[in-house]
Ligand binder design. Structure first.
Ligand code: AP5
Ligand code: MG
Ligand code: ZN
Length: 229
């Protein structure tokens, strides 16, 4: 059982690869972005509270996202978790260490997805998803096989995220560089970082991630001593 973090800027492909790992390895994807969007859609008090912050591309408070993760962590017991978009600050990383320790678990690997800032705007601007099952698509890189029909559930409704416009993407990138990037050193000091080229195509990135995770399966906690990059 593995607990891993996919770490990278907005549009790096965290969600794409987390969904694939969930499908192929039976691990559980824990995306704080998805949880926050669900909270908004349900009109809950937390949803109301985070609306303006998310639409501005800034980070929601550590307390809110840590509580969301804490609530979901038990669902991952025996399956392993893929943290997607969490942690995003040092305080969140420390909170995660604590939550895992309480459960007698460890963090096995942090996969850093490296992407050019310039490529991200194009990626994010082209992104859309099935309104019913959430399957992700892209205008240039991943269109439904039948035009206008979801590959996974066959429905015909699609949505685009509210924070996926150029101005907000810039704010999200700024938050990433200022608040999240320092986590790479935090985890490098623990010997947990593997770096993958997030600019490669989706299947090549998937292969690199699988290679990074190889040898971290059954025995679990052995981390690679060497970290490229
Ligand atoms: P969140 O939902 O986490 O958004 P994000 O980090 O900005 O990342 P994205 O979901 O936009 O990108 P992704 O890396 O998942 O890429 P994807 O796979 O979709 O957070 C949203 C907001 O919530 C934050 O701004 C913040 O306000 C709040 N929040 C969330 N977590 C928080 C936390 N922990 N603390 C505080 N606040 C928090 O890929 C993008 C597109 O590219 C897709 O169309 C995909 O098909 C395509 N694509 C993917 N890989 C490739 C590839 N290799 N080549 C070509 N195209 C590709
Ligand atoms: Mg995502
Ligand atoms: Zn669908």
């Amino acid at each position: 059982m593995l607990n891993i973090i996919l770490l990278g800027p907005p549009g790096a492909g965290k969600g794409t690869q987390a969904a694939r790992l969930q499908a192929t390895r039976g691990m559980i994807q824990l995306s704080t972005g998805d949880m926050l969007r669900e909270a908004r859609a349900s009109g809950s008090p937390i949803g109301e509270k985070v609306k303006a912050i998310m639409d501005a591309g800034e980070l929601v408070s550590d307390a809110i996202v840590t509580a969301l993760i804490g609530e979901r962590l038990d669902t991952c017991a025996d399956r392993g978790s893929i943290f997607d978009g969490f942690p995003r600050t040092i305080a969140q990383a420390e909170a995660l260490d604590h939550l895992l320790k309480q459960r007698g678990e460890t963090l096995d690997s942090v996969v850093v997805m490296e992407v050019d800032d310039d490529a991200l705007v194009e990626r994010i601007a082209g992104r859309f998803a099935c309104a019913y099952c959430g399957e992700g698509y892209h205008d240039l890189y991943k269109l439904p096989k039948v035009n206008g029909v979801c590959d996974r559930c066959g429905s015909a409704g699609f949505v685009r995220r509210k924070d996926d416009n150029e101005d907000v993407v810039r704010a999200r990138l700024k938050a990433y560089h200022a608040q999240t990037e320092p986590l790479i050193d935090y985890y490098r000091r623990q010997g947990k970082v593997s770096t993958v080229d997030g600019m490669a195509d989706i299947s090549a990135v998937a292969k690199e991630i699988d290679q990074a995770l190889t040898g971290q399966g059954a025995k679990g906690v052995k981390n690679r001593a060497k970290t490229p990059g």
